[in-house]
Every structure is written in C-alpha cells, then in structure tokens.
Design a protein around this ligand. Structure first.
Ligand SMILES: [Zn+2]
Length: 307
C-alpha cells in the first residue's frame, strides 16, 4: 500500500473535523474591516470593495456629525477596524478622539496606513485665517461638509480605492473593477444632475447651516446667507430678521436645511421671504431610500429642480 491513500484519509479526516469551523472563519478574516465616520464613505467603500470588505459608519445620515456621542458600539467597531476613514477638518472632533483612544487599535491611529483623512484630497472651501472655535464656530479649519458635492466624493472615492489596494493588495482586481464601475457611474450621473440643475445657475438660496457650500460651488447655485450666524451657533430671531432684510432684494427661492435641524425659524424665514423650505439629505441614509450616494444626490436634485 502506497502512502498516498493514507495521506488522503488523514486529509479527509482533518477536513471533516475542521471543515465547519474553517467555513465560518474564512470569510470573516478574509474581509477587510472598514469603519467610517459618515455613511457616505461606507457606501463608497462597499461599492469599491464588494464582498471583499465590510464597511460600517459610526454616525447615521440623520444625525448631526458635529455633535455625536462616543458610544461603546463605536469603540468596539473602531477596535476591530483595519481602516478608518474620517472627514477631518474638525467635523468629528467632539467625539472621535475618545473613540480612537478607547479603541486601543494602533492600526487606525493618526499616521498609520489604516487612518484615512478624506479632507486631505478635497479642494477646501471656507478656509479662514484665524479659527474662532471659542466663539462657537465649528468650521475653523475649513468647511468639512465636502460630502455634499459629487465632485469631492469622487476624489474621496479615488483615495479610498488607493488605500484598499494598499492594505489588501491581493484584492486589487476587485478594487480596480469597483473603481472603474464607480467612475463610469459618476460620469453618467453627474452629467444628468448638472443638466437638471443648469437652469438654476445663479439662483439665490439660503442655508440653515453652511453644509452646502461645496454643492453650491459644484452646481453654480448661489448661497446668499445662512440662518446660523456662525456655523454651530443656533439661529436667533434677531439674526433671521437681519438676514431677511439683507437678502430681500436678491429674491431668495429656496431655504436648504438638513433633517436634524429644527424647522421653526426656517419655516418663518421661508414664509416671509417667499422661498420654499427644502429638507435635503446631506448624507447617505438621511432620508428613506437614500442608501447610496447616487440615491442621495438623485433625491437632492429632485427636490431642488423638480421635474
Ligand atoms: Zn458644519
């Protein structure tokens, strides 16, 4: 009897003993675990990585990312992550440092390859010479809401793609295919959105919070003021009255705000100025049916430029 059947038998026995546990263990360890602060980055990561990645966002699209609370579930997710994608510019500075410290995961700390600050690849807006956080301005380092622009999210997607390849080189074919598909879809969708929005170029709108400056720059729609006197400072009746007088000659057509902001003063402003109040999904998942960045921008464009 040659040794070969005996080896086969041994292999078969071993496989029978270990088989079920291997079947459970392999997919879990093979997937790259990505955690992102906002849901847009997680949605992009899923499109790029497919089943090779798991991507989880720490905040919901219906939550104000400036003022989230560091929760145990966030710390657990960050502890297990191999890549952490953040918006940066202080957007998450109220809660993310606690999550990162308590996660005790060296792979995702500042400077590690598992830490990606998306603002590094963005064309920044509202950069001020002197940050005045003491006065409540939460946009001191530049406006962090670049995820309201398709063009900026396209840059971020490219950076996420590069980092996925770097951290998981064996998955390059998957990530490259994901990127090609993402890029093609971006081009088709963007052409459609810009065509719909073209007639609104130059139209005056007022924002509640300065969340839309990147979208405004991308679309050519004109932001003429914000209900918040400074980013992060709630609107006061006095400021709203002053703004009304200021923008009256401009013919404001719309007031834009996010799902998580109170609506009483926006409604009042819209009523007095003759504008329409729009509650827009600034992030993926902010409204039902906006689970991808495509669906999010579709919804925004439908609201801003109804057919
Ligand atoms: Zn903000």
């Amino acid at each position: 009897m040659s040794p070969r059947p005996r080896v086969s038998l041994l292999v078969r026995v071993t496989a029978a003993l270990l088989g079920p546990s291997l079947l459970v263990a392999v997919p879990a360890t093979a997937q790259l675990r990505v955690v992102t602060t906002i849901p847009d980055f997680a949605a992009i990561t899923r499109e790029l990585g497919g089943s090779r990645v798991t991507a989880e966002a720490l905040v919901k699209g219906s939550q104000d990312p400036h003022f989230a609370d560091a929760r145990p579930s966030m710390i657990l997710a960050a502890n297990r992550a191999q890549l952490l994608v953040v918006a940066g510019l202080g957007l998450e500075s109220g809660w993310l440092p606690v999550v990162m410290t308590q996660a005790r995961n060296p792979s995702i700390q500042l400077g590690a390859r598992g830490y990606l600050d998306a603002s590094q690849v963005v064309q920044l807006r509202d950069v001020v010479a002197r940050a005045d956080r003491a006065m409540g301005d939460v946009h001191g380092g530049g406006n962090p809401h670049f995820y309201t622009s398709p063009a900026e999210l396209h840059r971020v997607a490219k950076a996420i793609h590069a980092r996925l390849v770097e951290l998981d080189p064996e998955g390059r074919a998957t990530y490259d295919a994901g990127w090609t598909q993402f890029d093609a879809r971006y081009r088709t969708k963007t052409a459609g959105w810009l065509q719909r929005l073209a007639p609104l170029k130059g139209t005056a709108i007022v924002e509640y919070h300065k969340s839309w400056v990147y979208f405004l720059a991308w679309s050519g729609i004109r932001g003429v003021g914000a209900l918040e006197p400074k980013p992060g400072i709630p609107p006061s009746p006095a400021h709203v009255a002053k703004l009304l007088a200021q923008v009256a000659p401009l013919g404001v057509k719309q007031v834009w705000q996010e799902v998580y902001q109170p609506q009483s003063l926006s409604k009042l402003f819209a009523q007095r100025s003759g504008a329409t109040l729009l509650i827009l999904p600034s992030m993926v998942g902010a409204l039902p049916g906006t689970d991808t960045i495509w669906a999010k921008f579709d919804r925004m464009v439908d609201a801003i430029a109804p057919r």
